[in-house]
Design a protein around this ligand. Structure first.
Ligand code: FAD
Length: 521
């Protein structure tokens, strides 16, 4: 028989998996040897009190062996029909769409403007060095290349999109391709930037081995539409590729795709988004605040936080918090500055960083009204350009101590930061649009009240955190997921405005593939 139980343990007890069957047996008052095996279903931390507890849900196999799970990869071993689904972009949306196509017996053809992950690594290394940070490759950077923005991301897999699709299936696919099994039960699963590239290249190999096609260094610069349907796509080297449907999963940084669609009179619309800064604290301080102790137990993960408040009816919130991580240069072109965060699987850097952003509605941007649905994008680009220029036009980031920012004064010194290209002291309270700066100033004070010790001169702000989500949506039919003007065009993932993050983009890719195949293959 199987039985589910919950154990509340010390961090040290919970880390020792060999002892769990004994503890479970004691709780059930049965002999340990009757527990043949167990599976961890959920792991969460209860840090409300000083005496921190780990809560584990276990499925026990009592007096019976655990069944051997069928290899996940077998579902990608079926013959493919002659029908083709074209996919622009190999980010989470594109890759998971491709896997679903294979599962449903249809050939995916993926076009990726950037390089395979192993080659992409050296372009990422170049933009992380102060002397070469300006040598940004417009097709190979933190946003573009195999695996999209997901590859060198932090790899947090927590999502609220549980109603849109099967989150567990996405996690299982990642585990089948090399991610650790703990992502299946951790309440806040995380892969890490050191492990993601391997997982992504394994997914690519599954797709190719199953008969899918992959074209790297292939920038799609035209979509041929005839009689209300996509006929083909054209790459920058002039090749034309025909297919039965097109999944457009180009991510939120591919602004050239918005220009292309707009030039073809394909409808786009403005959507809310958020802009702000990335804040960095010493990780030890965040550990001390969250775990209420001077030194974190080695059995506890580096601490994270989630903060949210309303300032004059405007949301101010933390975004993509990276404990034990670093701040990275995430621009996709020369002349712009964008910061973001990531961490390795061990989350062992001495820094804790997080985006702190302010929500923006299309109505807030009256000065940009003339740009219509592109207003948010133009606003975002202007901030990125301003931040780039204000810090010397060499990809260093403008920075300010949090307390100086809140008190509207220039920082005479800056703490050491994890941002490798370097920082320049800059009055961000003057540089950022005033409605953003003021909301952040008030927001930080509120956060300092919520988390005693958070408001400190040892925290530094880097700007801008501008690519939290797309300011544009490519509208589509709610149920059938196609663009109402083009029957076989399926806008998908973050760039289409229907997802934010790795898992929700992957789920959207899966849903787009099912819709495309049901309707056109
Ligand atoms: C530094 C960083 C850290 C992040 N951390 C996290 C995190 O911890 N957790 C999380 O959930 N999310 C995180 N994200 C966000 C996450 O990576 C994105 O939400 C996700 O990758 C979006 O998936 P997507 O498939 O929709 O688009 P993308 O991943 O952006 O992929 C789009 C792909 O399309 C390609 N492309 C674009 N235009 C063309 C064209 N014309 N022709 C051919 N190819 C094209 C691009 O090269 C790219 O590979 C992070 C992002 C960054 C940059």
């Amino acid at each position: 028989m199987t039985k589910s139980i919950s154990l509340t343990l010390s961090p040290e007890q919970a880390a020792n998996h060999a002892s769990l069957a004994g503890i479970a047996a004691k709780q059930l008052n049965i002999e340990t040897k009757r527990i043949k095996d167990f599976e961890i279903l959920k792991k969460s931390i209860d840090a409300r009190k000083k005496n921190i507890k780990i809560v584990l849900s276990l499925k026990l196999f009592i007096d019976e062996e655990k069944p051997v799970a069928e290899s996940f990869i077998t579902r990608y071993k079926r013959p493919l029909s002659k029908k083709k689904v074209l996919i622009i972009g190999s980010g989470p949306a594109g890759l998971f769409a491709a896997l679903k196509c294979i599962e449903l017996g249809v050939k995916p053809v993926i076009f990726e403007r950037g390089k395979p992950v192993s080659e992409r690594k050296s372009d990422i290394a170049i933009i992380n060095r102060p002397d070469t940070a300006n040598q940004i490759n417009i097709h190979s950077n933190y946003c573009f290349g195999e695996g999209g923005a997901g590859t060198f991301s932090d790899g947090k897999l927590y999502t609220r999109s549980t109603k849109r699709g099967n989150v567990q299936e996405v996690l299982e696919v990642l585990v089948a391709h090399g991610a650790g099994t703990e992502i299946l039960y951790d309440s806040h699963p995380h892969i890490g930037s050191d492990k993601l590239p391997g997982v992504i290249s394994n997914i690519r190999n599954t797709i190719i081995n199953a008969g899918g096609e992959f074209y790297f260094n292939t920038f799609i610069n035209d979509i041929i539409i005839e009689k209300g349907k996509v006929k083909s796509v054209i790459s920058d080297n002039g090749n034309e590729f025909e297919g039965n449907a097109l999944i457009l999963a180009s991510g939120h940084s591919a602004t050239d795709i918005y220009d292309l669609l707009s030039s073809k009179k394909i409808q786009l619309e403005a959507k809310p988004f958020a802009v702000g800064v990335r804040i960095e604290h010493p990780q030890e301080l965040i550990d001390a605040i969250q775990y209420k102790t001077r030194k974190r137990s080695p059995y506890l993960p580096t601490a994270s936080y989630k903060l949210v408040t309303q300032i004059k009816n405007r949301g101010v919130f933390s975004f993509c918090m990276c404990p034990g991580g670093i701040i990275v240069p995430a621009a996709s072109k020369p002349g712009e500055l964008v910061v973001n965060g990531m961490s390795n699987s061990k989350r062992n850097s001495p820094y804790a960083n997080s985006g702190i952003v302010v929500s923006i509605n299309p109505d807030d941007l009256q000065e940009y009204k003339k740009y219509k649905f592109m207003a948010g994008l133009k606003f975002q680009q202007d901030i990125e350009k301003l931040c780039f220029e204000s810090a010397g036009s060499n990809h260093k980031a403008p920075a300010q101590r949090m307390t100086d920012f809140c008190n509207s004064r220039i920082s005479s010194t800056l703490p050491k930061t994890s941002f490798n290209p370097g920082v320049v002291s800059t009055p961000l309270h003057e540089l950022l649009p005033s409605f953003i700066a003021q909301a952040l100033q008030n927001g930080f004070r509120v956060f300092g009240e919520k988390m005693k010790g958070y408001y400190t001169e040892n925290a530094v702000l880097l700007a801008p955190e501008s690519r939290t989500s797309s300011p544009i949506r490519i509208p589509r039919n709610n149920e059938m997921l196609y663009h109402e003007q083009v029957a076989n065009l399926f806008p998908s993932g973050e760039g289409a405005g229907y997802a934010g993050g790795i898992v929700s983009s992957a789920i959207d890719g899966v849903n787009s593939a099912i819709a495309a195949i049901n309707q056109h293959c």
